[in-house]
Design a protein around this ligand. Structure first.
Ligand SMILES: C[S@@+](CC[C@H](N)C(=O)[O-])C[C@H]1O[C@@H](n2cnc3c(N)ncnc32)[C@H](O)[C@@H]1O
Length: 229
């Protein structure tokens, strides 16, 4: 991959999961999350039109097809899995060209992101943890216009929905956790953000995706670095 930076790590459980297996699992009729995440990404992009967009845990680029290159200067995708980033580049470089910057990195408080009007974090907080995610958001507060997060509420169901691919995700048990939406709000407020929106998206398998949007509080905001249209 030509412009993927090697910032860090190896040996993370996500590096052992083939992208096709991940995408087949997530788009299985029993799960339906890839399709719903695609729709939610459309809503995030249209709620906060921005000339620069960041995606944490970009994987193969679900939703990048929704970004209009004519009205976008830069798209930054971050992921720990270099193979996912290669697939993302293969799929989306033809449309996004040099605007697309893919960065192999661990999402934590040591990561310094490029300034963006909108930062999307869909199904990533589960693997980073609320406290570390809020610490990441806190150290990058002057680089973020709006941070829109999606987490999953598992309720009566397991963390991984049962499909023929589910066993491939066993190793994730060691690093994943259920996210309590009010706990995410509390941690983000401590990191200097205001909670500006919550939306729920029930799935037919008993799970619910929860979108929570945050913006730096006025005292933390530095408008010259934020590029909302
Ligand atoms: C559940 S997938 C979400 C994919 C995508 N956001 C979507 O909506 O379809 C989680 C992604 O985050 C990446 N990931 C998980 N933990 C990470 C970490 N600590 N640092 C960077 N990337 C991570 C995985 O490699 C994977 O691509």
């Amino acid at each position: 991959m030509t412009d993927t930076e090697e910032q860090r790590p190896k040996d993370h459980p996500w590096e052992g999961i083939d992208l096709a297996i991940y995408e087949n699992h997530m788009s299985d009729a029993a799960v339906g999350q890839l399709q719903l995440l695609h729709r939610i990404t459309w809503e995030q992009l249209t709620t906060y039109p921005s000339r620069s967009i960041g995606i944490l845990g970009v994987a193969g680029g679900n939703g990048l097809d929704l970004i209009d290159p004519a009205t976008t200067d830069a798209v930054f995708g971050y992921d720990i899995n270099g193979d996912y980033l290669q697939a993302c580049a293969d799929r989306h470089k033809p449309t996004l060209g040099p605007r697309l910057h893919l960065v192999r990195a661990s999402i934590d408080r040591a990561l310094d992101i490029a300034p963006v009007g909108l930062l999307i974090a869909n199904l990533i907080v589960e693997y980073v943890g609320v406290e570390e995610f809020a610490a990441f958001a806190g150290v990058n507060i002057h680089a973020i216009g709006t941070l829109s997060c999606v987490t999953q509420l598992n309720e009566a169901t397991g963390f991984v929905s049962p499909t023929q691919y589910a066993a491939a995700f066993d190793e994730l048990g060691a690093i994943s956790s259920d996210i309590d939406p009010p706990a995410l709000v509390t941690a983000m407020e401590k990191a200097g953000y205001a909670h500006v929106l919550s939306l729920s998206y029930p799935l037919h398998n008993g799970k619910t995706l929860v979108r929570q949007d945050f913006r730096p509080t006025p005292l933390e905001r530095q408008p010259k670095e934020i590029d909302a249209r």
